[in-house]
Write a protein that binds this ligand. Structure first.
Ligand code: AMP
Length: 311
């Protein structure tokens, strides 16, 4: 059903997205949508623009304003936006929060309707892994076992495997990812280059709530005191960026000074990496760098990062 809706001063004509759980149906709907756009263009005398572009936003659902920023960027990059919602079991380790990860498909679809998204691909695990798990997997390599990969063995192999599958299923020209998961972005970019994918990726800056905490589906699990304490992570990164001119040591010290004083925040790692290699930099590093942080707040694992310019 199509209905006008008021969203923050904008008036959109909304169509509920088609929620699709079958690969064949998704492919045929995408082909139809491309043909319809091509005919409409031909009717307007606009032939020669090339095939309508498909843009994919891969997510695990429980959508928040960060995800919706990715969706808006996706709309600006192509003609047909597909949002995938799949809590990928392959990227969760034993004892991680696969079972308790928030799932709210109906609310997600409503949020995507308000953004004018035409297609939501929401496959079951059975569809993605008919044999229980993929026996062929993408291996993330050495960087895949650092930082998030050290804390979550196999996480990045599982993430890259599902990204490769989604790219093969959807065939997007562009896929949109968030800078919040900096190591994910690095590894996806490397996979696309190493395996000669035709899809390119677009990276959207981190979306934060008031007070600085990076938006995350996992923030829902934070109690008020934990949420307040979690702000130390972004405050630490901000403090680091503000003294980056004094070097890596000063940046690390400034971040530790904000984070280590919070008893509810159990720091896992705080490192500065070279964005070209994603390896830790030495004290003498100059030029662009990225500070990464991960911590447990209660049972909730939070990550964040910031660009540092080390002159
Ligand atoms: P997820 O559902 O957590 O797998 O996230 C789906 C995509 O949204 C990933 O590319 C994330 O990096 C991105 N994302 C999640 N939170 C944020 C945020 N606060 N700012 C920007 N991108 C985000």
């Amino acid at each position: 059903m199509t209905q006008p809706q008021h969203t923050g001063g904008r008036v959109n004509v909304l169509t509920k997205p088609a929620v699709i759980g079958s690969i064949e149906e998704l492919r045929s709907r995408l082909t139809d949508a491309q043909s319809r756009i091509e005919s409409a263009r031909a009717g307007r005398g606009e032939a020669g623009l090339g095939r309508p572009r498909i843009v994919l936003v891969p997510t695990m659902g429980a959508l928040h304003a960060g995800h919706l920023t990715l969706v808006r960027r996706a709309r600006s990059l192509g003609d047909i936006v597909v949002v995938s919602i799949f809590v990928n079991p392959l990227q969760f380790g034993v004892g991680e929060d696969l079972g308790s990860y928030p799932r709210m498909l109906e609310a997600d679809v409503a949020a995507l309707a308000a953004e004018g998204v035409p297609f939501v691909f929401a496959p079951t695990s059975q569809l993605m892994y008919p044999d229980g798990a993929a026996s062929t997997r993408v291996v993330a390599g050495a960087v895949g076992s650092l930082f998030e990969g050290a804390a979550r063995p196999g996480h990045f192999d599982g993430m890259l495997t599902v990204v490769a599958k989604l790219f093969n299923i959807v065939g997007p020209d562009v896929a949109v990812f968030g800078q919040k998961d900096a190591q994910q972005v690095f590894l996806v970019e490397r996979m696309l280059a190493d395996l000669n994918f035709r899809t390119r990726i677009e990276v959207v800056p981190i979306v934060r709530e008031d007070g600085g905490l990076a938006l995350s589906s996992r923030n829902r699990a934070l109690e008020p005191a934990q949420r307040a304490a979690a702000r130390a992570l972004s405050a630490g990164l901000e403090a680091a960026a503000s003294v980056a001119a004094q070097g890596v040591g000063a940046a690390l010290q400034a971040a530790h000074a904000r984070i280590d004083v919070q008893p509810l925040v159990k720091l896992d790692y705080l490192v500065v990496v070279d964005p070209r290699t994603f390896l830790p930099v030495g004290g003498e590093h100059h030029g662009p760098a990225r500070m990464l942080v991960a911590a447990l707040v209660g049972h909730t694992r939070l990550i964040d990062n910031v660009a540092l310019d080390l002159p």
